[in-house]
Design a protein around this ligand. Structure first.
Ligand SMILES: [Cu+2]
Length: 200
């Protein structure tokens, strides 16, 4: 959690020296001219806090111990369609209770480009695509780095896995270059049985 505590300082410095719209871009991948580069652990945007909401693309069944999430790649033209449900760069924290069986339906509505998704342990350094090693068995779509064999425009793919270890993770697109420009969200497995989405 230490990394997140450092982030507001970095965001303040960026804003104070005109380094960009920190609120919109999350965090720059490199420091502004004349500023020392921030440590890699400090470049990620802040984990969203505040109220949990349950949007129409999220459902939870506490009796069955299941969560279903529909992630639509390119649901809006934002970020050249390289977004999940219109969000990028950790703007959302999709939160599931520890031990629940999670199904993510990846729907690709980007008219141009393949996308993928997986649960990664990476939380800050997305300039380099995270290795396609999902945190949980089954928590990654097929051929996630391939621009011709991942989830193609107009296609859908479902993954199901057990979120059996509490912690903060990310949902990442592994197509080269996509995470670097922000195609990732937070994925939180809650030891306190929290279910829903922060940052909406
Ligand atoms: Cu992508």
């Amino acid at each position: 959690m230490q990394a997140f505590k450092l982030v507001p300082v970095a965001a303040f410095l960026l804003a104070a020296c005109g380094g960009g719209d920190a609120a919109d871009s999350g965090a720059a991948d490199s420091a502004p001219a004349g500023q020392p580069a921030a440590p890699a652990a400090a470049v990620g945007p802040t984990l969203p806090s505040g109220a949990l909401t349950v949007p129409d693309w999220y459902s939870v069944d506490h009796d069955a111990g299941t969560v279903n999430v529909t992630l639509t790649a390119g649901s809006t033209p934002d970020n050249n369609y390289w977004n999940y449900n219109g969000a990028i760069r950790g703007q959302l924290a999709i939160t599931v209770p520890e031990g629940y069986t999670v199904t993510i339906d990846l729907v690709n509505q980007d008219p141009n480009m393949a996308h993928s998704v997986g649960v990664s342990s990476e939380l800050s350094n997305f300039a380099i695509p995270p290795a396609p090693n999902p945190v949980f068995d089954g928590a990654m779509t097929q051929n996630p780095q391939s621009m011709v064999d991942a989830t193609m425009p107009g296609e859908s793919e479902s993954i199901t896995f057990v979120a059996d270890a509490a912690g903060n993770y990310s949902l990442v697109c592994y197509i080269p270059g996509h995470s670097a420009v922000g195609m990732w969200l937070y994925f939180v497995v809650s030891a306190a049985d929290e279910a829903g989405v922060r940052g909406l």
